[in-house]
Design a protein around this ligand. Structure first.
Ligand SMILES: [Zn+2]
Length: 401
């Protein structure tokens, strides 16, 4: 007798219960030579007595399974299982009625992993989950889904993010791993806990109205793999088909909605300056800046033509004519107020547009810069409005109007 154990790639001691495990000839569409179902420990005992030496397929078909294209349809109707795993085909070698070697082809690696075990468990299979039900969610109430919030995990290991969302007090609807594979953890209809204290376009508590997508990615210097962005864009497409109430301009980053308080937290670098917003914009997702040529040089009461090379900054004040850190007694424009009004119209939280460039305004400017100057689109994320930032604010304003 030969024991096979089937578990979860992203969670230790999480058995795949009720999976069908069969040994098949390599020939396509052949019937199983022997098969069985995993029990409560995820194990099954196969009797290989009648099987000759040679190569075979070990096929794992989980109790609940689906293929790629993970999105709104997964775990959306009927009794919701705790887990949905991918199926996998593993090449095995049988010698003397025992499994003596296992091999996962490159094509099958997206579905999980397999290795030889010890004297008791001969093969250990770990399946890639597509649905792991997090307990961290509650009702959206009557709120419509109109926003997608994009995050990065800040940690490189998918398992860590998955386990955090299974245990701690946070969650997201979807996680995209570094190979572009998607794991769903909260039903779209439920309110996941990803955005925290947040404000966008005058509304606070964005968890109620949003779908949260976490991308497995570390710091501010690591680029996002192309497959990950491709997968994200496809997922956004599926979400937009399912929920036509999601507005393009509301496809935003966690950092965009992070300035509800005066103090920025870790979310201020989320999804960070490496995130390629332009690729989303090319697919008509997100806030899409208008043409630079349409921005008048007279913008912001001619501030940037009057004081060339200057930048609006912390502690500036229109009423006191203190601008660019200097009192400009003869200048009567109100550029700070206009910056505040424009950022608020776009969606950023600046508090009251009172012409006082306080910390909250500086934070909103910084988060705006982080988004629109990300991935090499030029400009610095320093919280000051220089001419380049001013032009970009007007471009984005034109794009969302
Ligand atoms: Zn986040």
């Amino acid at each position: 007798m030969t024991w096979v154990k089937v578990g979860n790639l992203h969670m230790p001691n999480d058995p795949a219960i009720g999976a069908t495990v069969g040994v098949y000839p390599i020939t396509a569409n052949a019937a199983a030579l022997v098969s069985g179902n995993t029990g409560r420990w995820g194990t099954v005992n196969l009797n290989l007595t009648d099987i000759n030496n040679g190569a075979y397929i070990l096929r794992i078909t989980p109790a609940n399974t689906t293929t790629e294209g993970v999105g709104p349809a997964v775990a959306s109707t009927g009794p919701i299982p705790a887990r949905i795993f991918r199926s996998i085909d593993i090449i095995i070698y049988i010698t003397q009625h025992d499994i003596t070697d296992v091999n996962v082809t490159v094509a099958q690696m997206v579905n999980g992993s397999a290795s030889r075990g010890g004297p008791e468990i001969r093969v250990i299979v770990n399946l890639m989950p597509v649905w792991m039900q997090s307990g961290n969610h509650n009702s959206r109430g009557s709120t419509t889904i109109d926003t997608i919030v994009i995050h990065h995990t800040g940690i490189k290991v998918t398992s860590s993010a998955v386990n955090t969302f299974m245990s701690g007090g946070t969650s997201a609807h979807y996680i995209i791993d570094t190979q572009g594979r998607i794991i769903k953890m909260v039903q779209d209809t439920r309110r996941a806990w990803h955005a925290g204290s947040s404000l966008w376009r005058g509304t606070s508590g964005i968890n109620s109205s949003s779908i949260g997508i976490e991308i497995v990615h570390t710091g501010q210097t690591d680029s996002y793999p192309a497959v990950q962005l491709t997968s994200l864009i496809a997922l956004i497409g599926r979400l937009r088909v399912a929920y036509d109430t999601i507005e393009t301009r509301n496809i935003i980053g966690h950092s965009d909605i992070a300035t509800s308080n005066n103090v920025l937290s870790r979310k201020s670098g989320d999804p960070g300056t490496q995130f390629n917003w332009q690729q989303l914009e090319n697919n008509c997702y997100g806030m899409i800046p208008g043409a630079a040529t349409n921005v008048a040089a007279t913008k912001y009461d001619n501030y940037f033509t009057t004081f060339t090379g200057d930048s609006l900054r912390n502690d500036d004040n229109d009423a006191q004519h203190r601008l660019g850190g200097t009192v400009r007694a003869n200048y009567t424009g109100n550029p700070v107020t206009e910056v505040q009004q424009d950022l608020a119209t776009i969606g950023y939280s600046v508090g009251v547009a009172n012409g006082q460039y306080g910390r909250r305004t500086a934070n909103a400017v910084k988060m705006f810069q982080q988004h629109f100057f990300a991935d090499g689109r030029g400009g610095q994320a320093n919280g000051r409005v220089d001419n380049a930032t001013a032009i970009m604010i007007k471009r984005v304003l034109a794009g969302v109007d």
